[in-house]
Ligand binder design. Sequence first.
Ligand code: PLP
Length: 401
Amino acid sequence: MIIIWKGRGLDKANKSYHVNTYKRYSVEFVKGDGVYLFDQKGDKYLDFLSGIAVTGLGHNNKQLVNAAVDQIDNLWHVSNLFTSTPQENLAQKLCERSGLDKVFFCNSGTEANEAAIKFARKFGKGKSTFIVANGGFHGRTLGSLSASIQEKLWEGFHPLTPGFNNVPYDDIEAIKDAIDESTIAVMIEPIQGESGIVIPSKNYLADIRTICDENNLLMIVDEIQTGFGRTGKFFAYQHSDIIPDIVTLAKGIANGLPLGAVLCSEKVAEIITPGSHGSTFGGNPVSIAVANKVIEIISEDVIQNVNTFGLLLKNKIENEYLKDILEIRSKGLMVGLKFSSEIDVKTLAQDFLDKKVVVGTAGDNVLRLLPPLIIEEKHVDQFVYILKELFKKMNISTKAS
Ligand code: PLP
């Protein structure tokens, strides 16, 4: 296909019709296979970002392709006014894996959190405020944005939605102190992803559960980034042996197709009545078909793989003397490398890309690694090899140097 460039006096390299919401890399990927991506020239890249915790089962997974193709082959659409057995099947599997009772389907993470906020407010019967954590990220629409306590995200978007009281993350006493007669829920990420893979103390979630029980509050856990095996349990809250009242999901749920979900307990679900909430596209047949396959494939073996190679990755990085890595934050295959101010992680991410490895950045100068759940030792070795090479180039001490 020949594209005739009709930009107003600008050459193609400088002109994009895309609203400038992302600072994009210039590489354009045209296909993927397993843990690799391929650019227009056919160059192969190791994908250690997975579409930001989305393609946990890798690219071009034939079981998922077939599930999508079978559905799309006879493309049809009704609406959520009609019964859907595939939706029921997925909802049942999600309830079985989570310990919760009911599911609402939407299209994205921010929508899942919006729904969770509405469900909690309706449940609260007049109690309407949420305790949320500094540095939290729950999405970009106004409710979830207001719950995301990062001032840089708010710039230019005031007035925000009221009713979100913030406390420091990983501070149980602060949550206790923040509770008042208007509080209905504590809304929390089990690990803060966008803020730089911030892992709270071991008992944090269990203590929040206890506080919520004692004060008759709902516990809402945002598993949008951490769910679907990413941290070495199917859901990250399962490391704490608790069951929240509401769990929000998206990202890995359909390995790249748009789908979000809210899981909730019976007591929350029963206050939601027809007309309370809805979505035209939520739970669309193609995404649901793929998600039904995703949940089937993420077996204990896949989760074991996450634990094995998450640990190996951590150990292999740790075993190098990489003095500018101040901290390795890792749980399963959710890994953050916190760098000293000597290293700018955005530049480092570009350096990795030049070496054909895709990584991300987050929070306070953290290199973010979210490889597919299906990686093997050779992929870990490839990443560590490139990391060492880049450090050598920058004259930073490694064991080898
Ligand atoms: N919640 C968390 C924890 C996230 O990491 C994200 C996205 O990064 C969201 C919510 C928003 O999800 P989405 O981009 O699908 O709206």
